[in-house]
Design a binder for this molecule. Structure first.
Ligand SMILES: [Zn+2]
Length: 364
């Protein structure tokens, strides 16, 4: 009499508890699966192992990041690449004036690229700056009709290059349309602006905004500790620091305040920052340096990069070792493409070799 009801109660209790136990197990499994798929999606994304560097974190305005990320997801483009283009085009929208050829807005789009080169007024335009009313080139249905890139991303029924969100999405759409393979960044950037220097500049920002350095023109940036070799393309020294002696009389001539680095094919190749610092000068120097960049480092050190092909990286830019600061040229008092590299300590030129021993050894 006693035993039977006891067993029955146990059975009922078990039956009651069973669904609760099952639900708990199911929940644990679900949470686990969600966690795994979340972690997995980070790994599987287009970004792969490319992550934002500390430098990128400092420089890319945080309010723009969610917009880059949404556009990047929509068109399968690495969002840091969008940030890099934004940096090069308008320095993160701090300079929104039309370009000399009429490029407009946050990402400096030509109207015909935005609206479509098959729009009648564009087919005869050289630069794509055809005189087309804003009401036409921002009209999503006209853009769609002619197959242009312009996107109305913020849903205000206008696709406008003057709207940041629309610009970011349009840039992502255009990059995506011009990639011949998932990692063909060069091809996509070149389609954006048909110039090698432009591609190099965007990629150099992309590299500094991401961890790890990528090859520059097929050559790795050579970094040792906190310093980088300044011409990734070559380590060939054509002229040392010091007095240049007259080959006939043996008399000392002019003092050469720096070191010249050059080799055949170096023209147009990147020059990179020796160390972390801030650009304090970047313009044409009439004293003979031609296009010159000067970087201020800690401890009274300045580095000079002379004879650049064109104006280098902007004054005020915080650079890190190995970041492209300009391209090698022959401007100013120069007879052939080379980098004139100087190191000054408290404004006094010193022999750069003292700081380049890791690469060049002790003697000439
Ligand atoms: Zn020199």
């Amino acid at each position: 009499m006693n035993k039977k009801p006891k067993k029955k109660w146990l059975l009922i209790l078990l039956l009651l508890l069973l669904p609760i136990i099952l639900v708990v197990i199911l929940l644990i499994l679900l949470v686990g699966a969600a966690f795994i798929s979340f972690a997995g999606s980070e790994d599987d994304s287009e970004m792969g192992d490319v992550v934002l560097s500390e430098f990128g974190e400092n420089e890319i305005p945080s309010e723009y990041i969610p917009i880059y990320q949404r556009a990047g997801e929509e068109y399968n483009i690495n969002w840091i690449l969008l940030a890099s283009i934004h940096r090069v085009e308008t320095n993160f929208s701090t300079n929104l004036t039309d370009s000399s050829v009429g490029a407009k807005g946050h990402f400096q789009f030509m109207i015909c690229t935005w609206l479509s080169w098959s729009y009648p007024a564009c087919s005869s335009s050289v630069y794509g700056d055809a005189d087309i009313p804003e009401s036409v080139y921002t009209n999503p249905s006209i853009i769609a009709q002619y197959g242009g890139y312009g996107v109305d991303a913020n849903g205000d029924e206008k696709a406008s290059p003057q709207d940041l969100e629309d610009s970011v999405f349009t840039a992502a759409k255009m990059l995506s349309a011009n990639m011949s393979s998932p990692n063909d960044y060069e091809g996509a950037i070149f389609a954006y602006n048909h110039a090698d220097w432009y591609v190099n500049e965007v990629l150099s920002y992309f590299e500094t905004y991401t961890d790890g350095y990528e090859p520059v023109d097929g050559k790795l940036v050579d970094i040792k500790g906190d310093k980088a070799w300044v011409v990734p393309f070559t380590k060939n020294i054509t002229s040392e620091f010091g007095y240049r002696y007259d080959p006939h009389t043996g008399e000392a001539g002019d003092l050469h305040n720096g070191m010249d680095i050059a080799i055949s094919g170096v023209a147009g190749k990147p020059a990179v920052a020796f160390m972390e610092g801030e650009v304090i000068y970047s313009q044409f120097n009439t004293g003979g340096f031609g296009y010159l960049v000067i970087i201020q480092h800690d401890n009274g050190m300045k580095t000079y990069y002379g004879h650049l092909k064109q104006q280098g990286i902007s004054v005020g830019t915080k650079v890190k070792a190995g970041q492209t600061i300009g391209y090698i040229g022959s401007t100013g008092n120069s007879t052939g493409a080379h980098l004139h590299f100087e190191i000054r300590i408290n404004d006094k030129p010193v022999n750069p070799r003292l700081y380049l021993q890791e690469w060049l050894g002790d003697s000439e």
